[in-house]
Structures are given as structure tokens and as C-alpha cells.
Design a protein. Structure first.
Length: 483
């Protein structure tokens, strides 16, 4: 969030400067390291007919942004290598999900760089609901609460929308702004680029800036407005008693939309202002302490985020999006078995495997039939793999990878994982097993992969063994079911 109140905006100009890029790219998310949060709001989300957004997935995006900052001088400031890497991370995920993705070069920004705009292709083009967050940080730190939380919340909502692919009553447009920390420059440039007709198409702009403050509150921009109603309705359903975002007035990217006559609202969890005693009584946390004690500091890392506050914001965005832009019904699921030759009885096709992995050797029995995939078991340093490209259909309710795994080991130390099997989809590690998971027979393993709906990705099993004492990983009857 920008650190000072700004004066009124400049006159509006003609929309220009956007380069459309449509080519799909692979997903690059890494698995989250944070603990999964208990989700008391799931029932409320279901009752309000909106998807429940996984806070674990949102946290995984935060982890990526933190890693990007660490690799690029400790920040993601507009115009920097860290900002460019952040934009490319978001852009790649959106392209893979099927969005029309555009970059708009902000030539008047303090640090000239690109806004990122993504539009879902359903709904009327003259009826737009827009959701935005700034993607840049200050130069002092990685900017995880300010504002990777807003950026990640919108990214995960965009991916869930694409995966569910519902009927749309309005066009949904997402934006990630550059140069907010230098004076709201990226969003100002965008608004100034719209002509009167294009401004009129936008029926509401919703801004999300710092939605995971560690000592946070529940604030809504223009809380009593009609535009704010769906955001408020969701938090009201949780008994949160949200308040007006007084601290954030004029300090974030909704400002120039509001100045242009576009209705605005949004969520915030607070910045450097202090939580009052009455707020602590109804929301928890520490009275007379800042909502975000690491605001604009180097300690604004993944440790500086409340998963509970973040979770409630992410689900509130989904509820508002569904209320504002989603019609009744979703496409018929064209699901079923996605993996080919999951029992390995038809040769190696369509698998790609290390030599000898797909085998009918008698040393380890198949679960069914004669063939299985046998990785490792040599007692020497070795890596073996098994993979297959799969396409997950969109529009289904559930997506599950399932396989039967037998682990046999000669390792005797009971607390050290010497040899490992990782299961990946795309570049995301879904699970890791080791000699510590050894069992006398096959055990079925099932993993939820709904986040990959509508994508073509590679399912990969990768076994690694150290220099002594064998561990064998035997896989059979692999399925990936969409239904």
C-alpha cells in the first residue's frame, strides 16, 4: 500500500499500450511449506454457493514471491528484476489456465514497467467486473503482506474460476499493477488510457491491498456502498463486523478508478495504524499494536501473514465474484480416466520411463496383472523416473490421482529418509514418500489435483536412492479420474 494520501487524478486519455500474449506456458508453483489452516468458513462458503478457495494454494504463491525477492536483491520493486520475475510467475499461471493475458507498459511510471491484465473469455464485453491488486513491493523488503497477499488472492481466485469454468453473466477482468508504491502510477496509467466508453463498461472495480496482516482487522473500502455489498455479505456471514477502511482511503489503486467515476470497493487488513481495544475484542489480536508490524520493512516475509485473515479474504473474493459475474450452471463434465495404461499391461506406451522400470520381473509382484513400475532397489546411488503427459478436462467437480505403492527397504534407521519417491504434476510436487513409509504390501495413495483442471501437464514419479542399502518403490494401477 502506498504510504501517503494523493491528490486528485489527471484527465482521462485513450486506451493504448497493451501487447497481448496468448501462448500457454507450464505452471511453476512449488508446494506450500505452511501448515494447512482449519477452515471453519467452508460451510459458509458452500451455503453462499461460491467455491472455497484453498488458503494453502494462496500461501504457495506467497512462497514463490518470497523466493523471487530473495533471488533478486531482497525485493520486488517496480522496474526491478524481482518485479519482472513476479509478473512472469503470475502471467505463466494465467496463460496455462486459458486467460487472455496482456501487458501494458507504463511509460510515465517512476520505474517504467508493465501492468498485467487478464480477462476470462466468458460474459458480455460491455459488462465488466474488475479485480485488482498491486504486484510491486517497496525496495526495503519482499513485500509479502504488502502486497503479495492481494496478488496471490486474486491469482488463486482466477485459477479456480478457470478450473470451474462456469456460465458467466459478466466479463471478469483481473489486474496486477506496477509502481503502486511510488504513487499509484500503474493503475493511474491504466485508467487514463481508457476512453469514456471503456470506462463505462467497468461496472465495478475491487481492490485488494494487504489482506493478510498478522495483527489484522477486517476493513472494506466504502463499506456501506452498493458496490461493497457482496464483500460485506460474506464477512457478515462469518460474524466479523467489518469496518470502513479509513486508513487506506486514497492510498491504493482504487483511487483513480473512483476519481474516474467507476464504482469501487475492496478488502484490506490494515497497515501501520494500530488496532484499537474494541477491534481486538471482536477480532482478536493485540490492541495498541500495528495491524502490520513489518509494514514497508525487510521483515515483510511469509512469516508476516495471518493465514486466518488471508483465508477469509480469499473466500470473500470468490463469493463476490460469483455473486457479481457467475450465472447458473457449469459445463457438463467430460471426465473419466485420464491416465493411459495405468496398469502397465500394454507395454510402455504412453509412459516414458528409465530402462527396466516397467517390468514383469518376479522379484517384486504386481498388484494386478503381471506388469508394474519398479523404481530403484539397487543399494547404490541411482535416480529413476516414470512419466506421462495428461490432459485434465475443465468443468468437473473432482480430480484425483490415485496409485498403489509398495515400498520395500533394507534401511534400518527408523528416523532418516535416505531414499525417496516424489510424485509431481507439472512442476508441483504433490507428495514425497521414503524408506520410512515401507510396508509389507501395496498401499493406495490418493491426491487431489483439482488445481490443474483444464491443463495439459506431466505426471511424474521420480525415485532417488543413496549409496547403500536398497529401497524399492513399486507402483501399479495408476489412475487420474475427473468426475
Amino acid at each position: 500500500m502506498r504510504g501517503r494520501t494523493l491528490s486528485a487524478g489527471t484527465a482521462l486519455a485513450v486506451f493504448a499500450g497493451m501487447t497481448v500474449t496468448l501462448a500457454a506456458q507450464p505452471a511453476t508453483a512449488s508446494p506450500p511449506t505452511a501448515t494447512t489452516v482449519t477452515r471453519p468458513i467452508a460451510a459458509a462458503a458452500a451455503a453462499l454457493a461460491a467455491p472455497d478457495i484453498s488458503v494453502t494454494n494462496v500461501q504457495a504463491h506467497l512462497t514463490q514471491f518470497n523466493a523471487i525477492a530473495t533471488s533478486n536483491g531482497g525485493n520486488r520493486r517496480a522496474g526491478s528484476a524481482g518485479y519482472t520475475a513476479s509478473l512472469n510467475y503470475v502471467k505463466t499461471r494465467l496463460q496455462s489456465a486459458g486467460y487472455t493475458v496482456s501487458e501494458q507498459y507504463c511509460s510515465s511510471c517512476t520505474y517504467p514497467s508493465n501492468n498485467l491484465i487478464a480477462e476470462w473469455p466468458g460474459g458480455p464485453a460491455d459488462q465488466v467486473v474488475m479485480f485488482g491488486a498491486h504486484l510491486d513491493s517497496v525496495s526495503a523488503g519482499p513485500g509479502i503482506n504488502d502486497n503479495a497477499t492481494g496478488s496471490s488472492t486474486l491469482l488463486e481466485n482466477a485459477l479456480v474460476l478457470a478450473a470451474q469454468n462456469p456460465t458467466m453473466t459478466k466479463r471478469v477482468r483481473f489486474a496486477w499493477w506496477t509502481d503502486e508504491e511510488q504513487g499509484l502510477n500503474g493503475s493511474r496509467f491504466y485508467v487514463n488510457s481508457l476512453n469514456a466508453t471503456q470506462r463505462g463498461y467497468i461496472k465495478g472495480y475491487y481492490n485488494f491491498d494487504m489482506v493478510g496482516s498478522i495483527n489484522g482487522g477486517y476493513f472494506i473500502n466504502r463499506v456501506t456502498s452498493t458496490t461493497a455489498a457482496p464483500l460485506k455479505a460474506y464477512w457478515d456471514s462469518l460474524g466479523l463486523q467489518p469496518e470502513e477502511n479509513v486508513e487506506g482511503q486514497g492510498r491504493s489503486d482504487d483511487y483513480y478508478f473512483q476519481q474516474a467515476g467507476i464504482p469501487t470497493s475492496g478488502y484490506a487488513a490494515g497497515a501501520s495504524a494500530r488496532k484499537t481495544s474494541s477491534q481486538a475484542a471482536k477480532w482478536g489480536g493485540t490492541a495498541n499494536s500495528a495491524y502490520d508490524p513489518c509494514y514497508h520493512r525487510s521483515c515483510d516475509t511469509t512469516a508476516n501473514v495471518s493465514a486466518t485473515v488471508l483465508n477469509r479474504a480469499a473466500d470473500g473474493v470468490a463469493y463476490a465474484l460469483w455473486q457479481l459475474a457467475v450465472g447458473g450452471g457449469t459445463p457438463t463434465c467430460t471426465g473419466g480416466q485420464v491416465v493411459g495404461n495405468g496398469g502397465f499391461e500394454s507395454g510402455s506406451t504412453p509412459w516414458t520411463a528409465s530402462s527396466g522400470v516397467i517390468t514383469n520381473a518376479s522379484g517384486q509382484p504386481a498388484r494386478t496383472g503381471s506388469y508394474k513400475a519398479w523404481l530403484n532397489g539397487y543399494g547404490t546411488t541411482r535416480t529413476e523416473s516414470l512419466s506421462q503427459s495428461v490432459t485434465l478436462p475443465a468443468g468437473c467437480a473432482t480430480y484425483t490421482v490415485s496409485f498403489w505403492l509398495h515400498i520395500d527397504t533394507a534401511e534400518t534407521t527408523g528416523s532418516t529418509a535416505y531414499d525417496r519417491l516424489t510424485v509431481q504434476l507439472g512442476s508441483t510436487t504433490l507428495a514425497t514418500y521414503s524408506n520410512l513409509n515401507a510396508a509389507t504390501g501395496y498401499v493406495q495413495r490418493s491426491l487431489n489435483v483439482a488445481g490443474f483442471a483444464g491443463q495439459t501437464v506431466t505426471l511424474r514419479f521420480n525415485g532417488t536412492e543413496d549409496s547403500s542399502l536398497q529401497t524399492t518403490f513399486v507402483i501399479d494401477d495408476v489412475t487420474l479420474l475427473a468426475s
